[in-house]
Design a protein around this ligand. Sequence first.
Ligand code: ASP
Length: 351
Amino acid sequence: MQAERFFMQYKIYKEIMKNILVIYTGGTIGMVKDSVSGALKPFDMHRIYEVLPVLKKINCNIETFQCDPIIDSSDMNADKWLLFASLIRDNYEKYDGFVILHGTDTMSYTASALSFLLNNLGKPVIITGSQLPLGVIRTDGRDNIISAVEIAANNDVSIPEVCIFFDNKLYRGNRTTKINAEFFEAFYSGNLPSLAKVGINISYKQHLILPVPSNKFKVYDKLCTDVIIMKIHPAISKEYLNAVSSIPNLKGIVMETYGSGNAPTDKWFLKGIKNIIDKGILIMNVTQCKAGSVEMGHYQASCALRDMGVISGKDITTEAALAKMMFVLGNFSDKKTQTELLNRNICGEIS
Ligand code: ASP
């Protein structure tokens, strides 16, 4: 009878014990002190329990995957995003959640790209990193990893999203921007509040978290790299627009405009934009502001853009707009579908 009870308890324990895959891509977080020289060097992810023994106390099994080579996230690109997506696809059934350790510099771009590639995602993918290496006394990496793993392994709330966890806050990844190169509060999500806050407890704002999808998980395997970000600025010139329009094979432009989507009204500027559109290149209008939305037609300075067929990015971040264009242009070939998809919300990237 007692043995039966024990096995029953063990079965329940095993059922709620989550399996988490921690993927280490590189970045500041992975640096530890060499015990001989004292210099900072990348740590061996497979020794995660040695470096952070406290992880053993979280009710989950952690397995690790270390990218080879590990990289500074400034070297991130489309091929690597496709590799991460396929790594998650190949391990999707085996694990209940994924934690990706990543440099902070391009973390918002990676989170955005994965949010489009991992279609109908039903499990948490939590990306984290740090401003100070793990091997430094005041590191923020320790708390970031511990909480990211705890969130990925939690039994109370489903988080079927690609998130960024940083400085005690869980964000929808495709809503974030890195805003600080020095302080621990490095990320900002101006158009969507954080999905959870970590204090004495982890308090989830369930109403903000995406619902668990009813359709089958699917991983897309293409991204178009014939896209650019073009920032409108007061010194912009005719020559600049001409140079942009003559980029070979260019298919999409994320155009960062002022305020609610405004750009110069000079004839040469509008002619240059029209020229680009007539070449079949799609332009998405996003704001340079860190919060708020593009509203073409609100000011005279954006009416012409709207009338020429510039697509409104609404309240999307530049990072998510770039990833969305790469995803849509890479996976859908007809212009009508591309325009329709770029106009609408795909995975929580716009309000
Ligand atoms: N340069 C580093 C990277 O993005 C910075 C960091 O990890 O915070 O990989």
